[in-house]
Design a protein around this ligand. Structure first.
Ligand code: FUB
Ligand code: ZN
Length: 649
């Protein structure tokens, strides 16, 4: 297997012409339906409240470069890392999330807050461009001495993403210029050239941020640096061994024992199994997909494909959550998918969305966008409350009532991550290239898109995901020929499609889950799609033993759970009779309106056990009605037990 890029120019050109480009998030407006209220709440509640939290919790104090640092708000952990090492990442990510919202909704108050942060960063930046508040204020002599543990570039990467987004939203260059200087410093310090460090940060992030920067600057050095970091990862001798020795430490004392924790155990092109810290993995794989896109390097795409297959075939929760274990915030072994102790960090699910979306741009395949859709409606969305200002860090699939949403977290990486996903959601709906428009997601919305030099207006009318009927209408100034590629969701067994009333067989016209129609489209053309949404019972692979004898309920892309508040008993006592009917019903009063599922179940009642823990007779099963609600809505009402995987009688 190659361990270095080997893109051939001729092939690269062919591949380049096949790439799709996601639309600008601001060109899509959610005009009603499911996403309108979530995205409006993100803009109106989440963004301002997150700033307040950052301020109240002292995160912004780290920017008072002129003052001596305050006592540590977060202690140093055994790894040597304090959460405070990466406070920059939290306001960087907040700026990014806020900037997406600003693009269509300029807000002088929010901009003033961002400008103030930017000015402080600019004042604190060192003469050589270095920019990281922890090291500048607390340990300047230690900068770049511990890339294995201390998140130096992770923090800079998030600042960089924030700078790119703020420039895009407002046209203000100040932050971007500050970060370009910081990147110039990194280019001077790291790289394959003699005298530079052949190193890379253990927490990936800067790689994908550099690709975003490159897309603004078109400076080849920015792409080369991202490529260098990705290619260098896992090369031998391990940089982290040498670095530890330089610090006078024994590399064997590394807290996490293996560099697989950071996906640095072998070169990325040799990796086939998703290992280690889940967020890190998803950020790395997103960067690999970005580089595959930019450089048309097939070996990176092939590695992504193998890793994707491993993830979805053996390591992904039914909700799209990932990384079962708290001890490494990540992966353990295939099929290890515990429900009540699931770590399934919100950041990881959000980042799976980033990765799968990127993969679909070079390879239009619904197996990627199906997973994007899964995290959007389930494992990522569960990370934020319906009020837009309470959160989950861990997205368990079962609870006995001990899990509550919190206002802020000790390590608040997740709130700003779900915020940036929601405020930029429009970009995930469509992709285009000169002669093709791909529809990945269905959502009540309007969009103004360009196909090369041609302009297309598109309206989607739908109650999706509560109903599978979608009406798409085109507004075109002149008849325009292009290929329209429509995703047929992987969960859909029998889609129906008409164009201006004429039936098209979606099966015959479908490649990799997208049905394509090439024709000269005219103004007011109408496409109707129908995706029947029966309630489905899902069974887990036999090796996913935690789910043995259980079913999960899904309707369309939405995974359901049972909450104690709805059934008046702990859902762990319920059994669903095999084959018993389960009916959907739209409940307008449930947290803004949602389809709930209802049916007959059996309850194993604990009375008549006379205080015994065990007995020779099985429990008595009593009929009772049950109700299931969308998993993403759980823990928004009275606290109580919850279960996704229900016992089947
Ligand atoms: O370490 C930085 C971020 O905080 C990680 O991505 C999360 O898993 C949390 O540990
Ligand atoms: Zn997180």
């Amino acid at each position: 297997m190659p361990s270095r890029p080997n893109a051939a120019p001729a092939t690269a050109e062919t591949r380049a012409s096949q790439r799709l480009v996601p639309v600008d998030h601001a060109s899509v407006a959610f005009t009603g339906g499911f996403w309108e209220s979530w995205t409006r709440t993100a803009r109106e509640v989440t963004i301002p409240s997150q700033y307040r939290r950052l301020d109240e919790e002292g995160f912004l104090e780290v920017l008072d470069f002129g003052k001596p640092p305050s006592p540590l708000a977060r202690p140093i952990q055994p790894s040597g890392l304090s959460m405070q090492h990466f406070f920059d990442s939290d306001f960087g990510k907040w700026i990014e999330a806020a900037s997406y919202a600003l693009k269509n909704h300029r807000d002088p108050e929010i901009e003033a807050k961002i400008d103030e942060i930017v000015e402080k960063l600019a004042e604190g930046q060192m003469a050589d461009g270095y920019l990281n508040s922890w090291f500048i204020r607390r340990e300047p002599e230690k900068r770049w001495t511990n890339l294995r543990d201390l998140h130096e570039m992770y923090s800079m990467g998030h600042l960089l993403e924030g700078a790119v987004a703020y420039f895009d939203a407002t046209g203000k260059r100040r932050f971007l210029d500050v970060m370009i200087r910081a990147i110039d410093h990194i280019i001077d310090t790291f790289g394959p050239e003699p005298g530079k460090l052949r190193a890379y940060d253990a927490h990936e992030e800067i790689e994908l941020a550099l690709v975003k920067l490159y897309r603004v600057t078109r400076d080849p050095r920015h792409l080369s640096l991202a490529t260098f970091f990705v290619d260098e990862r896992g090369q031998r001798p391990f940089y982290y061994d040498e670095e530890a020795r330089r610090r006078g430490e024994d590399p064997a004392d590394y807290v996490y024992k293996t560099y697989a924790y950071s996906q640095a155990h072998k070169p990325v092109r040799e990796q086939s199994e998703v290992v280690g810290h889940a967020v890190r993995a998803m950020y790395l794989f997103s960067a690999m997909a970005d580089l595959a896109f930019e450089t048309c390097d097939p070996s990176l795409k092939e590695a992504c494909d193998r890793l994707f297959d491993d993830l979805v075939g053996r390591q992904l929760y039914v909700t799209g959550g990932l990384g079962p274990s708290a001890s490494n915030e990540g992966f353990t072994r295939p099929f290890d998918l515990p429900n009540e102790t699931a770590y399934a960090e919100t950041c990881a699910a959000v980042a799976l969305g980033f990765w799968t979306h990127r993969l679909a741009q070079t390879d239009l395949d619904a197996r990627f966008t199906d997973r994007l859709e899964t995290v959007l409606y389930n494992g990522a969305l569960s990370g934020i409350a319906r009020d837009g200002e309470h959160y989950f860090y861990e997205n368990v699939l079962e609870s006995h009532g001990q899990h509550r949403r919190w206002k802020w977290h000790y390590c608040p990486c997740c709130p700003t991550n779900i915020a940036r996903l929601l405020t930029s959601l429009g970009q995930y709906v469509y992709s285009t290239r000169d002669d093709e428009l791909a529809v990945h997601l269905y959502a009540e919305s309007t969009a103004e898109l360009s196909l090369g030099t041609r302009f297309v207006r598109l309206r989607q009318e739908t109650l999706y995901p509560w109903d599978g009927d979608v009406r798409l209408r085109l507004t075109l100034e002149d008849p325009t020929s292009f290929k329209l590629s429509l995703r047929i969701p992987g969960w859909c067994r029998k889609a129906e499609l008409t164009v201006n009333g004429e039936t098209i067989d979606p099966v015959a016209a479908t490649t990799k889950g997208y049905v394509s129609i090439t024709r000269t489209w005219t103004n007011d053309d109408e496409i109707r799609l129908s995706f029947p949404m029966p309630v489905e019972r899902l069974y887990a692979h036999p090796d996913a033993s935690e789910d043995a004898g259980r079913v999960a309920l899904r309707r369309g892309p939405v995974v359901y759970c049972v909450e104690e508040v709805d059934v008046g008993t702990v859902p762990q006592r319920l059994r669903l009779a095999a084959g018993a009917s389960i009916e959907p019903r739209f409940d307008p009063d449930l947290l803004g309106g949602a389809v709930v599922l209802e049916g007959d179940a059996l309850e194993a009642v604990p009375d008549a056990w006379s205080g015994d823990l065990y007995r020779t007779e099985p429990p008595v099963l009593t009929p009772r009605r049950f109700k299931a609600v969308p998993y993403h809505l759980w823990a928004n009402r009275d606290p109580g037990a919850m279960q996704v995987w229900l016992l089947e009688a």
